[in-house]
Every structure is written in C-alpha cells, then in structure tokens.
Design a protein around this ligand. Structure first.
Ligand code: GDP
Ligand code: MN
Length: 406
C-alpha cells in the first residue's frame, strides 16, 4: 500500500527528520488560507503539491511555487482537478517551499535477494531515480543496513560522504539516513524514499544566508502483509485511488495478483498458484493474473473471483485449478455456475478440480457443460490453445472470441 506524500511526511517528521510541515487542502480557498498561515509564521515562499500516488508530479505540472497567498490560491486552482497519469487530483499539500541549492536522492528499499534493507543515495537527486539508474548507474551509491542493528553510524557517514554531504551537513545527513531505515523497520515498509533530499538556503536576520538539509518529498510503500499490525496506517489507505478490482478482492479476502498475459487463473493456495503459473508458461502461455481464493472458499467467493477475472479485458481464457482440501470441489463448481449465469462476456475456460468432493464437482460441471481437464498439464495446454484460437479469431475479424452474452 502506498502512502500519500503528506502521510509519508508525517511519519518522517515523527521520526525526527527535517520535513517542512504543511497542510492539506481540497479547494483553492483552503489553499489560500493554508498559505496565508504559513506566510504569517515565517515562510517566504510556499509550494503547492498534487497529492496523488504516482511519481513525476513535478514534470506533470503538479508542483508549483507561490510567493503570496493569492498566487498559492491560483496554483491550487490549476492543480486541483488536474489529471496526472490518469488520476484526478483531489487534494494538494501546501507547505513551506524553501529555496533549493542542491537536490539529492536518498531511499531505503527492501532487497529481497540480499535479505537486507538497501540504502541507495545519489547526488543526482530530483529526477526519477530509475532514470539515473539507467543512464548513470555509477552515480548511485548502495549499501546494506545491518539486519539486526539497522544502519550503523559508519555506514550512514560513508553514505553522506559519498554524496558530498560532509562538513556542516554530515550530522544531519547521518541522522536522515539512519532515520529512513528506522522508519522502514518500524512501519514494516518496503520503500522509504526522499527525492529530493535538498540542501536549502535560508536567509536569516541581517541577510545571513545559511544552508541546511530538508526532506522535500516523501514516498513510502507499506508491506500489505504487515498492515494488520498497523491499523493506524491501514486507516490512511486512499480508497479514491485504489483500483476498484483490488478493493473488491481485498473485501472478499481474495489474493489478486496482476500480470501481463492473457490467461486468468483461479486457484486455491499460494503454492498451487506458483505451480499453475509455471505450467501455463511451460505450455507456452502467459498468465494475466492469479486469484488465490484460499482455503475453504464458498461459492460466492468463487463467483466474485470469476467476476474480477472477467472484468480484465486482457483475459482471453480462464484456467481454474483447485486442489480441494478444506475447500470443497462442489462449492467451487457451484460458484463457477453461479458466476456464468450473470457474466458480462463469454471467455473459454478450462476447469480442473481434484480432492475433496471432486466427483460431485465433476457432475455439476458436466451438467452445466463446462470444459474440464483431469490433469493440470492438460488444463494449461487447453487454456493456452484457447488463447491462440481467440487471437487468431480476432486477427481475422471473427467475433467468436469476445462475443457478448445477451
Ligand atoms: P515528484 O515529481 O512527484 O517526485 O514531486 P517532488 O515533490 O519531488 O517535486 C518535484 C520537484 O519540484 C522537486 O525536484 C523540486 O525541484 C521542486 N520542489 C518540490 N518541493 C519544493 C520546495 O519545497 N521548494 C522548491 N524550491 N522546489 C520544490
Ligand atoms: Mn520527488
């Protein structure tokens, strides 16, 4: 689950990191009021930022600076309602917008292969880090945090010095680097990223210019599996930006994984899901997704899973692979029949149900004229063949493949 920037900033702030504190606004008038408050305190400039769960807001025009409350209001009008990568902006963050001298990248991510937290830093901040990684991989410094002790002082210092943040910035840079890793561990995050981490210029009394470090953007992704441990973070989920299919899957207790191919896979159990993916690939196909309905699923859950699969236009064939243990084959079969009665489009499907009540399931499927298979290899091969037929049909303009039911 991704957190909105203003929520991510709160977590960094709570961990003692230097984050300019702002306010969230959803109308231009609220933007103006928030900006007026910041100007009254001390800000000489404010930044108005689109709060959407995608990167590249700056490039898309979703980040604007303003020198007066009136300018901030105008920026708010421009940004609110704008669409960034297909997402409508409903809220903006209004924060002090310091003068930037230099921009850095600093982020902690979960390195699954190394089973460690990886801290990455770059003096080429501000731009998307993926871009830097592609064009100038040597500009990214990487180091792994200690698995039990977190980021050690010497590691944080080494990172800071590699980025050129020594001297007056060393102490703050060390605290920020260690803080990112701490925030990651404490919140069960798999990404905590600050881009830009900026050296900002402040003009004090008597025109004295000082520089200090500030986190001007924050991106945090939480590990979904750990969310039950953090109800306060779950409460920050942005339902407006969640794919409705994902929301329904979550509500139904279905584990829904999106992939790129054309075969929708309905399975029970993670291991069986992996095996099913492998066999689909071995048969020359590509899965469009898999939906793991877990153990003991009833007919309504199966029907919901079928609805979700059919709602994905990429799906050209469906493979149902159930190994009944606590899950009863006849329940699954009933769910499949139920779903077909109300489905929005017809797609070839192959069903393989073994284990508990497999015989009852077979009778139900036979009566409803479902295509069945006795082995998983056979089921996978037939699903792949069905996709090939559908692709040929659509290439030659025959309506067979995607014909809608009355
Ligand atoms: P992103 O493009 O979605 O990652 O949004 P960012 O928050 O990183 O903003 C994009 C760019 O806007 C940054 O790299 C900065 O150059 C600029 N920017 C963001 N916040 C501030 C700020 O507080 N002050 C100034 N001067 N520029 C900012
Ligand atoms: Mn950014």
């Amino acid at each position: 689950m991704k957190l909105q920037e203003f929520h991510a900033r709160e977590l960094l702030s709570a961990a003692g990191l230097p984050v300019p504190r702002g306010r969230v606004a959803s109308t231009p008038a609220e933007v103006r009021a928030a900006a007026a408050e910041l100007f009254a305190v001390s800000a000489s400039q404010v930044v108005v930022k689109a709060q959407v769960l995608v990167g590249g807001r700056g490039k898309a025009g979703g980040v604007k600076l303003a020198a007066t409350a009136q300018e901030a209001e105008a920026a708010g009008s421009a940004i609110l309602g704008m669409s960034i990568k297909g997402i409508t902006v409903r809220r903006v963050l209004v924060a002090p917008g310091p003068d930037i001298a230099r921009e850095y990248y600093l982020g902690a991510i979960l390195d699954r292969a190394a089973q460690r937290i990886l801290l990455m830093g770059s003096a080429e901040g501000g731009v998307e880090i993926e871009e830097v990684a592609r064009q100038k991989p040597e500009a990214i410094v990487r180091l792994h945090a200690h698995p039990h002790l977190g980021l050690l002082d010497y590691q944080a210092r080494s990172m800071a010095l590699s980025l050129g943040l020594g001297g007056p910035h060393l102490r703050a840079a060390v605290a920020i680097a260690k803080g990112l890793v701490r925030v990651m561990v404490e919140n069960d995050a798999d990404l905590v990223e600050v881009n830009p981490l900026a050296v900002v210029r402040e003009t004090g009394p008597g025109g004295l210019v000082t520089e200090r470090l500030a986190c001007l953007d924050a991106k945090i992704t939480l590990d979904d599996s750990a969310l039950p441990r953090h109800p306060e973070l779950e409460a920050r989920r942005d339902l407006d930006e969640e794919d409705p299919a994902d929301a329904e899957a979550r509500a139904q207790g279905i584990n829904f994984i999106h992939l790129d191919g054309a075969i929708g896979c309905l399975v029970n159990g993670a291991g069986l899901a992996m095996t099913t993916m492998d066999l689909v690939k071995r048969a020359g196909g590509e899965p469009a997704n898999f939906l793991d309905i877990g153990g003991g699923a009833k007919a309504d859950k199966v029907a919901a899973a079928m609805r979700l699969i059919l709602a994905d236009p990429k799906v050209m064939a469906i493979l149902v692979n159930i190994f009944g243990g606590i899950t009863r084959g006849d329940e699954v079969a009933h769910g499949l029949v139920e779903a077909r009665a109300v489905q929005s489009r017809e797609v070839p499907r192959v069903v393989r149900i073994v284990g508990t009540n497999a015989a009852e399931a077979a009778a139900i499927l036979r009566a409803a004229a479902f295509e069945t298979a006795s082995s998983l290899e056979e089921a996978a091969e037939r699903a792949v063949a069905a996709v090939r037929r559908a692709q040929m049909a659509s290439a030659t303009g025959s309506p067979e493949a995607t014909e809608a039911r009355p």
